[in-house]
Design a protein around this ligand. Structure first.
Ligand SMILES: [Zn+2]
Length: 382
């Protein structure tokens, strides 16, 4: 059956390519509801054309999410991905869709319209061979690049009904899948000081800027206390004039962790911070918005199965970890076996040279099709 799947996907490679071109030509930056919905409308139409029962999950401000269901039966596997991109409308003039040297270049082709096409081709192949295993649900969402605040709940609900979740995010270099992702949090440190004339009566003031500077330096100590964590103070602001003791200052901190335990430790340490400049006050707001995707036994088992199928297809499927989060972080944290990075092979996500390798589209689709089929069959036998 694997050879039949591959043969079908090879024959339909240009269909996948055409799908990617159609989706990428409709630019869809997160937050631009009209633009994202235009792309979603095209995707919904194409999902119906391949036999999906499509529901548009309407959103007031984010773009509408799409849920497409194929087949029937008790068991369900879930394909997850997003059709929003980081690129503004008009970017396509700066980086036009361009097929050259076996690659397709353009905004959003790698992250991750290529992955959506791979998921669709995999389902088409299974349907053609009458091998659709139980129920396959696809969730294509519109706000992943900005933290998935409007889609998280629906992703989690759908994952809880599924044997396994396959995330069609871009692969790591060379096609490797992602078996671990860091958890991500964003915290705001806000210091309230007391304003005073810096020349006349500096001692009457309490500098929020000085306190914030001390806090930022001290944050590096947390890295040593919590081994897997990284903290980046990416944005700071404070003060109004050079001759004033600053009344306010704040910093935004991006935090990444490997495990849920580290997330708890960091959060506790951040909330317990004390000030060093007398007269200032510190408020800490924020939270972890994505739990880490940890390399659990369930993840390893799914990867082992994928690796074995890839081997039969003539590919050595590597694995790796990344500091970036995805919606796979949510599903894995619920204990649902999750394999991420099954999407296109390529490079340059969020970069001007974003592209995919066209020749890899068919085997990635065949791999996903076989993986869905074997996961359903094995799990239903248990
Ligand atoms: Zn992505």
């Amino acid at each position: 059956m694997l050879n039949d799947l591959l043969r079908y996907c090879e024959a339909e490679r240009d269909w996948a390519l055409e799908t990617i071109l159609a989706l990428a030509s409709l630019e869809s930056p997160t937050g631009d509801k009209a633009a994202v919905d235009r792309c979603g409308g095209e995707l919904a139409k194409r999902l119906r054309e391949i036999g999906g029962v499509v529901n548009r999950l309407e959103q007031p401000s984010a773009g509408d999410h799409l849920r497409a269901e194929f087949g029937a039966g008790a068991g369900q596997v879930l394909l997850v991905g997003h059709f929003d991109t980081v690129w503004p409308v008009g970017q396509i003039e700066r980086m036009p869709l361009d097929l050259r040297d076996g690659c397709l270049f353009g905004p959003g082709v790698f992250d991750m319209k290529g992955g959506i096409a791979i998921g669709m081709l995999a389902v088409r192949a299974l349907k053609r061979l009458n091998a659709l295993p139980g129920r396959v649900v696809m969730l294509w969402t519109s706000d992943e690049e900005r933290g998935s605040s409007s889609s998280r709940q629906v992703i989690e609900q759908e994952a809880l009904r599924s044997h396994a979740v396959f995330v069609l995010e871009p692969s790591l270099p060379g096609g490797a899948v992602k078996t671990a992702r860091k958890g991500c949090g964003e915290f705001l440190l806000k210091v309230q000081g007391v304003a005073a004339h810096a020349g006349v009566e500096p001692d009457q003031g309490a500098s929020a800027v000085h306190e914030l500077a001390a806090q930022i330096i001290d944050l590096q100590r947390l890295r040593k206390l919590v081994q897997g964590a990284s903290l980046n103070v990416g944005v700071i602001s404070g003060g109004t004039r050079p001759n004033m003791v600053a009344e306010e200052a704040s910093a935004t901190v991006d935090v990444r962790v490997d495990t849920a335990e580290e997330a708890n430790q960091i959060e506790t340490l951040l909330r317990q911070r004390i000030v060093t400049v007398p007269g200032t006050r510190l408020e800490v707001a924020g939270a972890f918005n994505r739990p880490p995707l940890e390399r659990t036994d369930a993840v390893i088992k799914l990867y082992g199965r994928a690796r074995e199928i890839a081997f039969r297809l003539g590919h050595d499927l590597g694995e790796g970890h990344t500091g970036g989060g995805s919606d796979g972080n949510f599903t894995a944290a619920l204990g649902i076996p999750t394999l991420d990075g099954l999407g296109a092979v390529g490079a340059g996500a969020h970069a001007l040279h974003e592209h995919i390798e066209v020749a890899d589209l068919p085997w990635r689709a065949a791999l996903l099709a076989a993986l869905m089929s074997e996961t359903q069959t094995e799990d239903c036998e248990l």
